[in-house]
Design a protein around this ligand. Structure first.
Ligand code: PLP
Length: 417
């Protein structure tokens, strides 16, 4: 870091300011985490320099004998951790992993069945602004309006009607467990590939805190930077029979050279995730998300589906008469970072949705437990209800920001040595 400070103080300043931001506030973005110094060290290494198109032992460049070791170790650790027959650590992101999975099993024009974006699905699950919606005939399933749980009867009906090539389970804003067995049965009935996009919850699977999709799915795509707490990136797990098609779909079909520093950092994260400490972390993440949801409900808000089984809760703010955008801005002013989010069957427009999404991965990494989450819930509720822009509201937000500072001082992100 000294070299960066000397050579480029502007960017060094950005790095330090971001560290200050992380240390000074609460990160409740459900898709973020705080990686370990070991992961960051691998990311900031000379492995970034190496071109290594291809796979270990089968590269299109010389000099890959060293980086090969990192990828081999990473693949072995990943297969072991998830009990998977095949692992590919090269996808640059979750979206890249999904692109490769589509490419391995479908051709443009084919039908895919996935969760509606408005109800918690991801852009890569068939949105019209994404390759998935432009190149494929995307059919969407929803959650039930009464329970706000996935409507498995509708998934079956749509699968029978549209005979999709791929059925996708997994979402960006769904707080509950997914019934992988039910999806598998539907996929088998219509002869579809069953793909699980486990981007959000793969870390909970790694920590054995929730059931694994691996025994049920043909292919599991994921990100490595959410609960899993690795570097920003993607990965693919699959049955051995699909290994070749998936590897080819990553390289050379959709990517060039892998980011070897990132592959090495993924290997480090897999080692960390194989420990009893990480299993305790994954369970605490869920307990904390549940405690936060309960605390917000006690403050008059509504947890979509009545709570959470995972690392995130979707909070309906209509009972307190605040929009998701207002809540995001007010929380920001109180040093609490979260995102506005549509709720199922949201009557409000996407840029002013009725809800927020809150997650516990980062604060749990900081060592926070249920009692801290109850306090976070109370502070967040004060922020959300503060009439920003009025003298009283702004004073309240400043007050909450101070309380947030005191809270994070007790359990800091990246504690100073
Ligand atoms: N799939 C799901 C379900 C996600 O939630 C996300 C990201 O939030 C992705 C894929 C894409 O990951 P990335 O942002 O790394 O491309």
């Amino acid at each position: 870091f000294d070299a960066l400070q000397q050579q480029d103080p502007e960017i060094a300043g950005v790095v330090l300011n971001e560290l200050d931001r992380l240390r000074g506030g609460l990160q409740l973005i459900a898709s973020e985490n705080l990686t370990s110094p070991a992961v960051l060290a691998a990311l900031g290494s000379t492995l970034s320099n190496k071109y290594a198109e291809g796979y270990p032992g089968r590269r299109y460049y010389g000099g890959c004998q060293v980086v090969d070791v990192a990828e081999e170790i990473g693949i072995a650790r990943t297969k072991e951790l998830f009990g998977a027959e095949h692992a590919n650590l090269q996808p640059h992101s979750g979206a890249s992993a999904n692109l490769a999975a589509y490419a391995a099993f479908a051709k443009p024009g084919d039908t895919v069945l996935a969760m509606d974006l408005k109800q918690g699905g991801h852009l890569t699950h068939g949105s019209k602004v994404n390759f998935s919606g432009q190149w494929f005939n995307a059919v969407s399933y929803t959650v039930r309006e009464d329970s706000e749980l996935i409507d498995y009867d509708q998934v079956r009906d749509l699968a029978r009607e549209h005979r999709p090539k791929i059925i996708i389970a997994g979402a960006t804003a769904y707080p509950r467990l997914i019934d992988f067995k039910a999806f598998r049965e539907i996929a088998d009935e219509v002869g579809a590939i069953f793909m699980v996009d486990a981007a959000h919850f793969i870390g909970l699977v790694a920590g054995q805190a929730i059931p694994s999709p691996v025994p049920y799915a043909d292919v599991v795509t994921a990100t490595t930077h959410k609960v899993l707490r690795g570097p920003r990136g993607g990965m693919i797990l699959s049955r051995a029979e699909h290994a070749k098609a998936l590897d080819k779909a990553v390289f050379p079909f959709s990517q060039g050279g892998p980011l070897m520093h990132s592959v090495a950092a993924k290997a480090v994260a897999m080692k960390e995730a194989s420990t009893p400490e990480y299993q305790a972390y994954a369970n605490q993440v869920i307990a904390n998300a549940q405690a936060l949801a309960k605390s917000l409900e006690a403050e008059g808000m509504r947890a979509v589906s009545g709570g959470t089984d995972t690392h995130l809760a979707l909070i309906d703010l209509r009972p307190v008469g605040v929009t998701g955008s207002e809540a995001e801005a007010r929380s920001d002013a109180a040093r609490i970072t979260l995102n506005k989010n549509a709720i199922p069957y949201d009557p409000a427009p996407p840029m002013k949705p009725s809800g927020i999404r809150v997650g516990s991965p980062s604060v749990t990494t900081q060592g926070m437990v249920e009692a801290d989450m109850a306090e976070i819930g109370r502070l967040l509720a004060r922020a959300v209800k503060a009439a920003q822009g009025t003298a009283a509201g702004d004073a309240e937000l400043a007050d909450v920001a101070e309380a947030v500072s005191a809270l994070v001082a007790r359990a800091p992100a990246y504690p100073r040595p």
